[in-house]
Design a protein around this ligand. Structure first.
Ligand SMILES: Nc1ncnc2c1ncn2[C@@H]1O[C@H](COP(=O)(O)OP(=O)(O)OP(=O)(O)O)[C@@H](O)[C@H]1O
Ligand SMILES: [Mg+2]
Length: 138
């Protein structure tokens, strides 16, 4: 196996953690709660998915089991390259706040690009487990 293969594998598999341990695998992401808040976020994420999947703006959730969820993996939104892109991103955030009343809260970090993924030319929300009660836990 040469260096190019090793780099490819490094970008294919990854781990992030905060309230949840997030394991990024080839085409999927597994989110495992690390705290009560993380557990509530996962439970709420599946609820939100069931309620709003028809809007085509939430990252596709494959299954939830005992607070662990499996989501489709999306390309990261690291930088917004052009001004047009930045405008489109802001419009998407404003739009989702109108469509989904649960997100119209003060402590909502929807403007953080890390919580979004790319699907073709569109943005999809990949971290949508938060609500007013959960955001107030700490
Ligand atoms: N579906 C996905 N596709 C690609 N990357 C993802 C996906 N879901 C999560 N990630 C990556 O994992 C990170 C953490 O995931 P997520 O935000 O859902 O966890 P969290 O527990 O809510 O963390 P935080 O409290 O930091 O927001 C994201 O910022 C993103 O980089
Ligand atoms: Mg997040």
């Amino acid at each position: 196996m040469n260096i190019v293969h090793l780099i490819k594998i490094r970008t294919m598999i990854g781990i992030r953690y905060s309230t949840r341990l997030v394991v990024l695998m080839f085409g999927i992401v597994i989110k495992i709660p690390l705290s009560r808040r993380g557990y509530l976020q996962c439970k709420n994420e599946i609820r939100m998915w069931e309620r709003y999947k028809h809007l085509n703006v939430l990252g596709q959730l494959y299954w939830e089991c005992g607070g662990i969820i499996c989501m489709r993996r999306y390309a990261a939104v690291d930088v917004l390259i052009s001004e047009t892109e930045a405008h489109k991103f802001i419009d998407t955030v404003i739009g989702i706040k109108h469509l989904i009343p649960e997100f119209d809260i003060d402590k909502c970090d929807l403007y953080r690009a890390e919580n979004w993924g790319r699907s073709g030319d569109d943005y999809v929300l990949i971290d949508y487990g938060i609500n007013e009660y959960i955001s107030g836990l700490y």
